[in-house]
Design a protein around this ligand. Structure first.
Ligand code: CP3
Length: 338
């Protein structure tokens, strides 16, 4: 019997829908903070199969989500390219900013060895997870990964990467193609090691105009989907082009992903229309989870009313934040599952 989240990716409608939360292993959990302190830095956690397995399993033990997501980060790909990734407490990621002349010299040949501990974690997870729990692998979409590589840190609107794309379109295409090839290989290895499906996070798709969205968000992801499916026919893939608005409606058809993740700004009518050709995932405002009470219950109920009779994976519209009360996560699950 296929795991329930995979059944939804195949187009089935389940009631109650399967549920997991983006960033479900994280700082809102005391057991995560404890393991992270033991590991030392955040990257030490990502590259240690014992610690990474442990923190991936923590939210499954505590809440019984329908899916576990591999504990890692989208920025392990630039790290594997030698971009000097560091996580500075309270400041987020820092990398050596990428100059246009360096793109020719980026060398993916060390990636397989560099990422081997993450692949080992995937294998460990599949053998330690309950049989019914879906294991989700992931990576960042080339555009979102490129935004951090170019700026060297997070920015409010990814202006450095957008300007880079306008000033150096060929170099940008080259960079995105290299990241697409590397990321597809990485997803293939995750699927071979035991991931049931994978999610491609394009957290910064929403800052692009229509032409750039096609070139920088759609084309590289389509290339990845083709490459992954050429190696693993029928591989199940969720795409999450956060903030893409009206451009979400054709994303599945243009990229070939099985399901589309929706942020909380997506209207019910648009989400409902998207369910006619496959599953959608989302899209509770993470702040409803912080507020709890009526705001949480109404948010859950509206999603279930609007989308619950079609193929739906219940999730937040973006990651859970460190201030989320555990009691509210419990209330969310109770509301969904009855
Ligand atoms: O969802 C999960 O539980 C799996 C683990 C996961 C993490 N990051 C762990 C993490 C996943 C899927 C990601 C994806 C990721 N990482 C994205 C795409 C999704 C999104 O949130 O938009 C992005 C843009 C990143 C890059 C990144 N990693 C940033 C900007 C930051 C700093 C911001 C912050 O919350 O501190 C991180 C750090 C990070 N990645 C943490 C976790 C649990 C917090 C680090 C810590 O423990 O100190």
């Amino acid at each position: 019997m296929a795991r329930n989240l995979i059944r939804v990716l195949e187009g089935e409608s389940l009631s109650p829908p399967p549920v997991w939360l983006m960033r479900q292993a994280g700082r809102y959990l005391p057991e995560y903070r404890e393991t992270r302190a033991k590991a030392g830095g955040f990257l030490d956690l990502c590259y240690d199969p014992d610690f990474a397995t442990e923190v991936t399993l923590q939210p499954i033990r505590r809440f019984g989500f329908d899916a576990a997501i591999l504990f890692s980060d989208i920025l392990v790909i630039p790290d594997a390219l030698g971009r000097d990734l560091a996580f500075v407490a309270g400041e987020g990621p820092k990398l050596r900013p990428l100059q246009v002349e360096e793109i020719e010299r980026l060398d993916p040949s060390l990636a397989e060895t560099h990422l081997a501990p993450v692949i080992a974690t995937v294998g460990r997870l599949r053998s330690e997870l309950p049989d019914e729990t879906t294991l989700i692998g992931f990576c960042g979409a080339p555009w979102t990964v490129a935004t951090y590589m170019i700026a060297g840190h997070g920015t409010p609107d990814q202006a450095p990467a957008r300007l880079f794309g306008y000033r150096h379109p060929q170099a940008m295409e080259k960079l995105l193609f290299l990241l697409a090839e590397m990321s597809a290989d990485y997803l293939i290895r995750q699927l071979q090691a035991g991931a049931d499906c994978v999610q491609i996070f394009d957290s910064w798709a929403g800052v692009l105009d229509e032409a750039s969205f096609e070139a920088f968000a759609v084309a590289p992801v389509r290339r990845m989907v083709e490459k992954v499916r050429a190696a693993i026919p029928g591989a199940k893939i969720i795409g999450f082009p956060k903030g893409a608005g009206a451009l979400l409606s054709t994303y599945r058809q243009k990229t070939g992903v099985d399901a589309v993740g929706l942020d909380w700004s997506v209207p019910w009518s648009q989400a409902k229309a998207m369910q006619t050709d496959g599953a959608v995932q989302g899209n509770l405002d993470p702040l409803r989870l912080i507020a709890g009470g009526r705001a949480l219950e109404e948010g859950v109920d509206r999603i279930l009313e609007a989308l619950g009779d079609g193929p739906l994976i219940f999730n937040l519209g973006h990651g859970i934040t460190p201030d989320a009360p555990i009691a509210h996560v419990e209330a969310l699950l109770k509301r969904i599952r009855g």
